[in-house]
Design a protein around this ligand. Sequence first.
Ligand code: AMP
Ligand code: ZN
Ligand code: FE
Ligand code: FE
Length: 288
Amino acid sequence: MSAAPRIDLHTHSTASDGTLSPAELVRAAAESGLDVVAITDHDTTAGWAPALAALPAGLSLVRGAELSCRWYGEEPPVPLHLLAYLFDPDAPELVAELARVRAAREERGERIVALLRADGIDVSWPAILTGAGGGTVGRPHIAQALIRAGLVATTTEAFGPDWLGERYRLPKEDIDVFRAVRLVRAAGGVPVFAHPRASRRGRIVPDELIADLAAIGLAGLEADHEDHSPAERAHVRALADELGLLVTGSSDFHGTHKTVRLGAFTTDPGAYERIVAEARGVTEVASG
Ligand code: AMP
Ligand code: ZN
Ligand code: FE
Ligand code: FE
């Protein structure tokens, strides 16, 4: 009898704010003993092709993305992340929305840098863009610039209140979360709410919103994630049970931009099989 498959459904590459290239990511996933890995870069599918091309034998690749969303039910609106699996990467409306969000990220990044520079902090927007290497730009790339300038020692420190966590934090133009769930489903994808109770990262949304999203097509909730306390994980599981949603667990690996390791949290095969069964966009999970 073989052991249960190890499934990690949330990782980032250099196509966004991870530090391993898509090819390095799938090789590292195989080396860490995973059977299934999802590539879920922020607001892009650019890592799919290079990850597929490098897929090691025995590893299955779930093509996905993590969409930057916002809930406008409170003022100021609450940012949140939606994982989308196995959607059609050519669905025009979703493609347009992702491109718009990537542009908004650049615009916001440039404004954050302007705020820093106005306070005499010597960080350069062109250098940050170079650091992002053509991938979706995010605050972790600005954090790297702060580290290079010797202003902070770690990414965690750069996300503290004196820096990107509060003082130099600016909102970006995200996708309305209801529209995002509908667009992902329309593109044949399967939407899962990423780290929905991660209160240590900022404001969280009420359970009523999650129920409303479930009613229009949300498929699941990520429960096991490093930013959830044990109580938060239990709450997410109970809510998923109540709403008939599937539950995932995943590392949210970012290479050296975070300390978490591939496979630190995993998803039960049953939940993974439900995601694959519901997918209509990419209908086959690629295997190396
Ligand atoms: P952005 O997408 O530009 O708003 O930046 C958010 C990203 O920064 C998240 O996806 C995480 O990868 C990372 N991040 C957020 N908070 C932290 C933190 N406290 N320490 C390290 N990385 C963080
Ligand atoms: Zn990230
Ligand atoms: Fe996230
Ligand atoms: Fe993530």
